[in-house]
Design a protein around this ligand. Sequence first.
Ligand code: UD1
Ligand code: CA
Length: 491
Amino acid sequence: MAAGLGTRMRSGKAKVLHQLDGRPLVNHVVQAALALDPKSVCVIVGHQADEVKKAVKAEFPDERVCFAVQEKQLGTGDAINATREMYGNGDSTIVVLTGDVPLITSETIRSLIDHHKGEEAAATLLAVELDDPTGYGRVVRTGGEFARIVEQKDATEDELLIRDINAGFYCFDARKLFAALGKLGNNNAQGEYYLTDIPGIFRSEGEKVSIYVAPDHQEVEGVNDRRQLAMLETALRDRTIKSLMLESGVTFTDPSAAYISSRAVIGRDTVIYQNVAVEGSTIIGQDCVIRPGTRIVNSIIGNGVEIKDNSFITDSTVGDGCTVGPMAHLRGHAEMVEGAKVGNFVELKKTKLGRKSKASHLTYLGDATIGENTNIGAGTITCNYDGKNKHQTHIGDGVKIGSDTMLVAPITVGNGAVTAAGSVVTQDIEPETLVAGVPAKVKKVLNATAPGPETDPPQRVKLTPEESLSRIESFADRKEQFIASIKTSKD
Ligand code: UD1
Ligand code: CA
């Protein structure tokens, strides 16, 4: 059930789309359902139906996941009625899951199903005893036997004292369920058709209703407001970090200030400093150090990597022994090969930085491949964007790119080439060649067997103010032409 708005969230967004551990609430429940290997999982949508469908499909393209639309949110009983066409005529067992109870595990649902089958009941509900049952439906018993469920808003003072609550997970005999749904009324405090009235109807008709008591109360806690959402976020994170410390051998300098996805994998003897966020299905190897303020999303980090303060790495790969940061940005499937180094204010986008190559300061490398043992000087920029298209830069092995070089893509720099500081490179550079200037010209062939072109030593000429001015103008013209031809490094 995922059709409700969730008024108590005070949100413009459907409650089940709010995120826990970086994923919509409903997806946690769908995942638990799919793990049971059912014939189908039907998500009942209503409020923001298209968005909810999209969010579920994005994570679970599985064909067994289907949708039913509850046009108006008239209550949980009415929600199940929206699946009548799909399930109303079968002899199956229907397992009902509540979309806003995200920590439920498939093991607990499996136990609920086994219990239901063992008891041969018409309905079985998952219940748990809570110290503070406020807000939940209470399980009312008479003479020790299940009698009915009463909602918080409909309960008498005596009933409010009951601490056994309905967790919102049920097994039903399909035929009996759909027959009883027709008998539901909405004469209650909320004017809704409550699914929770069905077990009571069964009892009054002499059908067997069974209760399975959940082993862990945290698992069945619902999210009705943002406070509960934050509490579950903390609970889930605590569980994740505890297991990383005790089972995986990861050190946290401050476990209460680390934000680690439950899907992350981290190797032993890795140290995670305070204010580090590891999101999505990130993998971090062993013996790594992740310094404060770093955020890593859906990336793979090898062994023995040091990521210095305040770096941001997303959808990228960092090889063994690499150093990143401080304040580095890797994105768009950037790849650093073993032993490579990226320093402060360096951004890599869709770029492969080869083995032991370095870009230590203030650099943008986008849509580029860089070979081994190459040094990228401070302030280098791959000008990959011409306003319409992105272009590639290829830099070979053992290259030395001088500080403040602009590489106007598409461009190829051969092995062993060198660019002088401030070069604007607009044409491919042959291997073992030194280029300099704006636009960069060949100054020297570095290979001793092939002498380079003659170059005049720079001469200092005393200019008259007029001459000086005309030079400045022609420089301005050249600059104009350049700006027109140079590709910017936007994106
Ligand atoms: C419900 C139960 C309550 C139980 C609690 C457990 C009912 C009447 N009450 O209360 O006994 O203790 O869950 O967490 O069932 N939904 C729809 N369509 C609707 C209404 C709700 O799909 O018309 C969905 C919501 O999106 C949500 C779920 O059903 O995922 C539960 O609805 P909610 O309004 O949160 O019910 P509770 O008041 O928490
Ligand atoms: Ca709820």
